[in-house]
Each structure stands twice: as C-alpha cells, then as structure tokens.
Design a protein around this ligand. Structure first.
Ligand code: UGY
Ligand code: MN
Length: 248
C-alpha cells in the first residue's frame, strides 16, 4: 500500500494523509496553500479545520473579519496573531491561541522562516447561562501532561475543559509505545484529529487504519473509535471535540 492509498472516506469518518493533500487557496491567504482537512461540506461536520502554510514574512493579506470562533496551533515556524495594534502574540511551534467570534485578526509568519499552522473554525454555540469566553493563548509546554486512568496515556488540555462557556475542547493525547484508549468509544461529539507524533492503529467504525504523524482524521458523531500506539515509539494527537452542549 502506498502512502496515498491510506487516505479513506468511510462511514462516519475520513482519513487524510499528507500524500492526499491537494492544496486550495483562500482570499485571506493569497497564494499561500491551504489544505482543507474538513469543512461543513463533509456533513455533518460543524467545523472547518485547515492546514495553512505561510511564506516567510507572509501571512494574511487582509484583516480577517469576526463572525466565527477560531483556534490556531502552530506546527512549524513562528506566527504572530494580531488582534489590535496593542494586542499581538507571537506563537512559536507548539503555541496556540483561541479567538472568540467577535474578534477580527491578522496572522504574520516570521521574516526568517515559513510557518505552518492548523486553524479550527466554527460557529460559536452559546449557552444562556454563560457569557462567551474571551481570547486566550499559550504553549503546549506551559503545563505538564496529566495522567489518565490508563497507565502510559496522558493528556494536556489547551482550553479550559471545566468552563461551560467553551463549546469545544482542544486536547493533546499522548500514548507510550503499545498503549491505547481503553475502549471503543461511541459518543455524540465529533472530532478533528491531527497526528502530531508517532503512529499506530485507529479503529474507525468497523475498519482499522494505520496512521502516522501529520495524518488527519475526521470522526462524525457516534463513529466508533479506538486507538493503539505502535510499539516503535510514543504517539500523540491534537484532538478537537465539541463539549458542553446538548447536540440540538
Ligand atoms: O475524549 C475523547 O473523546 C477521546 N478519548 N477520543 C479519542 O481519542 N478518539
Ligand atoms: Mn472520542
């Protein structure tokens, strides 16, 4: 099987590997390539998740208007997120930022090197009892990974998972070699998953897929899912999951 053959559209999921990428463009990025990993055209996804490659010194060609909440995660290089003249934050690789839906922004890569980042975009789903969250930023190394009930499986929450103002979570899940999820999960929430390191086997519905770093998986609500890291080394993924809402 070639790498490109690992790409798949299954019942309730997709697997998109780097060999499958067919870059598109978006007006705000000019000629800088954008891989649309998933968008709401892939029903029932409520998110867009995009892999954006910025030229050295490049970035958005115009200010991107408010209207959607967004999450940025820098894969390579450094990206400055500018909300206003006085509000800018430079994110190195592993840096992240959340912008609420009332916030317009610009992005700029450092002058010395190109940058790549993941952008998650969605329509904020509010809750009558909670004000919308504010902007925040940080780095994956700001806090240690926390243990879970499974030995060798740790996770790091990038957004405050205990705050019901947020309608989604972004988490890094890390597995020692041979370790995996302790069950086949079936749940109402959807996932966008980017393999940040290593690889393993993903169970999706009734299928099994070998996955490796830089693969992307979309999992629809109720898609049965399980993962085991390969024996060769640790595996890690960045996981989007909608939270705190009832699905209506
Ligand atoms: O939190 C989750 O739903 C997570 N354990 N799912 C997954 O890793 N596919
Ligand atoms: Mn899950």
């Amino acid at each position: 099987m070639t790498d490109a053959d690992r790409g798949a559209l299954g019942h309730g999921y997709t697997v998109v590997t780097p060999a499958n990428h067919y870059p598109s463009r978006l007006p705000e990025f000019g000629d800088q390539p954008v891989v649309k990993l998933v968008t709401p055209r892939m029903a029932p996804s409520r998110i867009g998740e995009y892999l954006v490659s910025l030229h050295a010194g490049g970035g958005t060609t115009r200010r991107v208007g408010a209207g959607y909440e967004r999450f940025f995660y820098v894969l390579d290089g450094a990206v400055t997120v500018r909300i206003a003249a006085s509000e800018r934050r430079t994110l190195p690789a592993g840096g992240f930022a959340y912008l609420p839906s009332d916030t317009a922004y610009e992005l700029r890569a450092g002058d010395d090197a190109p940058a790549r980042l993941l952008i998650v975009k969605r329509q904020y789903e509010g809750h009558a009892a909670h004000d919308a969250p504010g902007a925040l930023s940080g780095h994956r190394d700001d806090q240690p990974f926390a243990p879970t009930a499974v030995a060798g499986f740790t996770r790091r929450e990038l957004l405050p998972v205990d705050d019901p103002a947020f309608d989604f979570a972004m988490s890094l899940l890390r597995f020692e070699p041979g370790v995996g999820l302790d069950k086949i999960e079936v749940h109402d929430e959807e996932h966008g998953l980017w393999m940040t390191e290593g690889g393993g086997t993903y169970v999706l519905g009734t299928d099994e897929h070998a996955v490796q770093a830089e693969d992307f998986i979309y999992m629809a609500p109720y898609c049965p899912q399980g993962f085991t890291a390969s024996a060769d080394g640790p595996a890690e993924y960045l996981l989007y999951k909608d939270t705190w809402r009832d699905g209506f």
